[in-house]
Write a new protein. Structure first.
Length: 300
């Protein structure tokens, strides 16, 4: 099995847990921007320490950073901030599941983004597996018991936030891969950690400046919620380190497609942890999504 596969699955598991905690933070009074800031604030110093520790442990010098790195990193960092704000904002809507469907369009959007920015495409079997997975996501995300035409259920504010998050996540993935690939030395993990440390530092700087200008109270609220926020930062670090490593090893379209397994984790948590039941449509969606993931692994 190629290394990027288990690493991507680990990233999806960490991200699922992180969003659970971010949803809790949002429910305690933090805004979507504040909850997003918590993710980056507490993970940035850990990312820098981890990059330095890896370089020391492996006796590898930190790679020299070319100008192209900063262009990719800045684009990816900004896009990820916007994407995370959109996802956390979705928690305020009942129709979160419908919005999540559009958030998962990041998988499909990663294909043209990767082709236009990095000149990387996917094979025809890989594209078919991605499209099959998208069909599974649509089945899985349509709310149980929903009535009315599809247009009314999908064209709403939550769907718009989800679609925007999907586009931004796709851009961020391609940007992070471009940044990591621009580094000429170091192993895959080392380049991923240097990219992660640089990106999170950019994100903390951008969000601190924004909150100082627009909403200073959120900075104090994030610091006051440090117990949960620190766990968000730790899970963000684990998920991002795995995701960045996977993006160093494989194209963004394939990594994002396999990352859809987080929906399987989310449904499993609903059943095993919260005792919720899933209907026939959810079972069908999971089956199709699982099949698409297996086909993707074979096609990649």
């Amino acid at each position: 099995m190629d290394a990027w596969i288990p690493v991507t699955i680990a990233a999806a598991a960490a991200q699922t847990l992180r969003f659970v905690l971010q949803k809790w933070l949002a429910a305690t009074g933090l805004s979507a921007t504040g909850s997003t800031f918590a993710r980056f604030l507490y993970s940035a110093p850990l990312a820098s320490l981890l990059a330095l520790a890896h370089a020391r442990a492996t006796a590898q010098p930190l790679p020299s950073i070319p100008p192209a790195f900063w262009a990719h990193a800045l684009a990816g960092a900004t896009a990820q901030i916007l994407a995370t704000i959109c996802v956390v904002a979705l928690f305020a809507h009942r129709n979160f599941a419908v919005g999540l469907t559009f958030k998962k369009t990041e998988v499909l959007m990663s294909v043209p983004a990767g082709l236009l920015i990095l000149g990387e495409g996917v094979s025809l079997p890989g594209l078919l597996a991605i499209l099959l997975g998208l069909a599974g996501v649509i089945l899985l995300s349509d709310p149980p018991g929903a009535t009315g035409p599809w247009r009314r259920r999908l064209v709403n504010r939550a769907a718009g936030l989800g679609l925007l998050s999907g586009l931004c996540f796709a851009i961020s993935s391609v940007g992070f891969r471009g940044a990591a690939l621009s580094l000429s030395s170091g192993d895959a993990l080392g380049r991923a950690l240097v990219t992660l440390a640089s990106v999170t530092a950019i994100q903390v700087a951008l969000m601190t400046a924004w909150l100082l200008w627009r909403d200073r109270a959120q900075i104090a609220a994030v610091l006051a919620a440090w117990r949960v926020a620190a766990l968000v930062g730790l899970l963000s670090l684990v998920g991002s380190a795995c995701s960045f490593t996977a993006l160093t090893l494989q194209t963004a379209a394939y990594v994002n497609a396999l990352g859809q397994i987080e929906l399987v984790f989310a449904v499993a948590a609903s059943v095993l942890v919260f005792g919720e039941r899933i209907g026939r449509r959810e079972v069908q969606g999971l089956a199709i999504l699982t099949l698409s993931i297996l086909l993707l692994v074979l096609a990649a």
